[in-house]
Ligand binder design. Structure first.
Ligand SMILES: Cc1cn([C@H]2C[C@H](O)[C@@H](COP(=O)(O)OP(=O)(O)O[C@H]3O[C@H](C)C(=O)[C@H](O)[C@H]3O)O2)c(=O)[nH]c1=O
Length: 179
């Protein structure tokens, strides 16, 4: 398991050790002891989520506010996404900075997203299965978000404008400036 910095404090890329043999491959998708030792954070995940999407879907940018903020460990079981996070921690030196990475069922990379970040992903392949662990429960009333095409963030989601499919909720999200 290799843990790599992203340039945003407490946000890490995790590359699990893959064991290939004549039958296929195996890897530990999560090991609390190794995670805490390598990432150096005492995280207690309490909820797993999974979504399946076709190419063109864009989910986010989302976060939960205040005491219901969530840290997430995200990965792709099958397919390909561009995963994007935004540091929205008010006193962070990297406030408003983004990090993006392609997560695929082939590279098995994971991204640890700490509390205080907005998170979203664009789906680059049909039938993509996205799985993530959260360290706090879903709390609808605490949901917040940033519009995917926020003018300040200028995120390149690697999709043509005309192919992007958003939930109705995501079409009405705020800009970063209105947080
Ligand atoms: C997140 C969540 C949703 N739901 C229900 C609420 C809706 O009826 C339905 C779909 O929810 P939503 O449209 O918010 O799903 P996504 O657009 O995939 O949202 C997620 O996508 C971005 C990328 C994230 O990082 C967040 O974890 C999360 O906001 O599932 C639940 O019952 N529990 C949950 O934890």
């Amino acid at each position: 398991m290799i843990v790599r910095e992203t340039g945003l404090q407490d946000c890490f890329v995790i590359e699990p050790t893959i064991f290939d043999d004549g039958r296929g491959s195996f890897f530990e998708s999560f090991n609390l002891q190794k995670f805490q030792e390598k990432v150096g954070l005492n995280i207690n995940f309490v909820q797993d989520n999974q979504s399946i999407s076709q190419r063109g879907v864009l989910r986010g940018l989302h976060f939960q506010k205040g005491e219901f903020a969530q840290a997430k460990l995200v990965r792709v079981i099958k397919g390909r996404v561009l995963d994007v996070v935004v540091d929205i921690r008010k006193n962070s030196e990297t406030f408003g900075q983004t990090f993006s990475i392609e997560l695929t069922g082939e590279n098995n990379k994971q991204l640890f997203v700490p509390r205080g970040f907005a998170h979203g992903f664009s789906v680059l392949e049909d039938d993509t299965i996205f799985f993530y662990k959260c360290d706090n429960y879903y709390h609808k009333a605490s949901e917040g978000g940033i519009l995917f095409n926020d003018k300040t963030l200028q995120i390149d989601w690697k999709l043509k404008k005309e192919e992007i499919l958003l939930s109705e909720k995501d079409t009405f999200l705020n800009s970063l400036d209105h947080l």
